[in-house]
Design a protein around this ligand. Structure first.
Ligand code: SDX
Length: 430
């Protein structure tokens, strides 16, 4: 007999039985799928704080214990032992690849890194200083105008080809956005370089001069891409799932995910953290800005702090902070003023009752920008970096959803609080 909750109406005594759904790990859920049909009742949960929108086997997060696992593997172990394309294979196919499988996957991705030549002209249509996220959304959405041969979303092979194309081309599109901003020629990908090295090459090489990324830069890129690859049903992934639930093509769905990620409350926070640190400017201003963050009448928030799920340290923030010190040490910039300021700001916040009471800790976005800045990646490209990595998670969730036979179009309801029925009033009587 499945566990269930029996809810009763305090006035009529009317009851409703709700079965419990439990997964492999994490909180159980009340199954309310029949609630409206059988009882004409809705469940109200703005922001989906207590709502499970789907079942998924891809990523598990325990917010209280600061746990993050991709397909069961702890993020700390993947960060220490894996690389981004191996993690991409794990997220996409559910298993770590054998040596042969990894070589084959790397080869396929390399073969798809170029974008159609005519797509390159799109960049010229954007103002030189267009935000690269705006360009990313436009160019990614346009991919469905080019790749017609793999848009039957119910064909597993088409889904796989689209996933490969998306993962392979997103770094090329991202680097092209940067090149457009700086007025340099868009660089072609190179099949002799690995995923991270190829991206850095497309960012910083020019036709006049080669660019060979340092070992530490590639290590840092791999770590940052691994840590940003997926995070269960976050806002942008939920956006991709909702867009995909109507049967929209995968490229349009990923473009919707990029749009959602851009918000400062989500992936846009890494760029906002750097702006915040530059605005604070000096450790002597920390107390003033902590007070602003606590003031309900002040819109200022401590960017890079807080999380809907983590009520403990975001395990990714811990790993990124360690990499910060490593990258800056390599660049002999250990006393980087931004890192000093970020560390002191974190220290003060974590001792403040307001943050302790609300369980607000540094999240994935708090330190990542300091590494990107050290790698000469400009702040307006920080969320683009996040989008490159998260594309793997988005395509994995999109594919999991489409291949789920119980999948239906996502269509939430509402509690209507607007005007009662009323009659039209002719304009001369208003
Ligand atoms: C990402 O979902 C994911 O998994 C996202 C992500 C991923 O990998 O996909 O992890 C990536 O988006 C990380 C989050 C990046 N965003 C930021 O760093 C922006 C700053 N953080 C906040 O905007 C906020 O913490 C959120 C958006 C992250 C979470 O918002 P919630 O869960 O809706 O929490 P809330 O706004 O209800 O906050 C609860 C309380 C409130 O105070 P009270 O009303 O209870 O008095 O905490 C306060 C908030 O005012 N609060 C903050 C704060 N974050 C929350 N106060 C000051 N500074 C902050 N950063």
């Amino acid at each position: 007999m499945a566990d269930k909750y029996i809810l009763s109406n305090s006035t009529t005594g009317d009851t409703v039985d709700l079965n419990l759904i439990t997964g492999t790990d994490g909180p159980a859920a009340l199954d309310i799928t029949g609630l409206y049909k059988e009882r004409g009742l809705l469940a109200y949960d703005p922001g989906f704080v207590s709502t499970a929108s789907c079942t998924s086997s891809i990523t598990y997060i325990d917010g209280e214990r600061g746990i993050l696992r991709y397909r069961g593997y702890p993020i700390e172990q993947l960060a220490a032992n894996s690389n981004f394309l191996e993690v991409a294979h794990l997220l996409l196919y559910g298993e770590l690849p054998t040596k042969t499988e990894l070589l084959e996957f790397e080869g396929i991705i390399s073969q798809h890194t170029m974008i159609r030549e005519t797509m390159r002209t799109f960049f010229d249509g954007f103002h030189y200083n267009a935000h690269p996220m705006a360009i990313m959304i436009g160019v990614t959405g346009s991919m469905s105008a080019f790749y017609h041969d793999s848009l039957d979303i119910h064909d597993p092979r088409h889904r796989e080809i689209s996933a490969h194309r998306m993962i392979a081309k997103i770094p090329t599109i991202a680097a092209a956005c940067y090149k457009h901003n700086v007025g340099e020629p868009i660089m072609y990908p190179r099949n002799d370089l690995d995923y991270c090295g190829n991206f850095l090459h497309m960012m910083f090489a020019t036709p006049c001069e080669e660019y060979v990324p340092s070992k530490t830069a590639i290590e840092a890129m791999n770590l940052l891409f691994i840590l940003h690859a997926d995070h269960e049903q976050n806002a942008s992934t939920s956006t991709v799932r909702l867009a995909g639930s109507s049967g929209a093509n995968p490229f349009a769905c990923i473009a919707s995910g990029i749009a959602s990620l851009w918000g400062p409350a989500h992936g846009g926070a890494n760029e906002a953290v750097l702006k915040m640190l530059e605005e604070i400017g000096d450790v002597s201003n920390i107390a003033k800005y902590i007070a602003k963050a606590k003031d309900k009448n002040d819109p200022f928030r401590l960017m890079g702090f807080g999380h809907r799920v983590y009520r403990n340290f975001d395990p990714r923030a811990t790993l990124i902070r360690e990499m910060c010190h490593k990258v800056l040490a390599e660049l002999s910039d250990e006393h980087n003023p931004l890192l000093e300021l970020a560390s002191q700001l974190e220290e003060v916040a974590l001792k403040d009752e307001y943050f302790i009471e609300r369980k607000l800790y540094p999240n994935v976005d708090y330190y990542s920008g300091i590494i990107y800045r050290a790698l000469n990646i400009p702040a307006n490209m920080f969320t683009v970096m996040f989008a490159i990595a998260r594309t793997v998670g988005w395509v994995a969730h999109w594919s999991e959803m489409i291949s789920d036979p119980s999948q239906r179009i996502g269509r939430p309801r509402q509690i209507y609080v607007g005007a009662k029925e009323r009659d039209y009033v002719p304009i001369d009587k208003r």
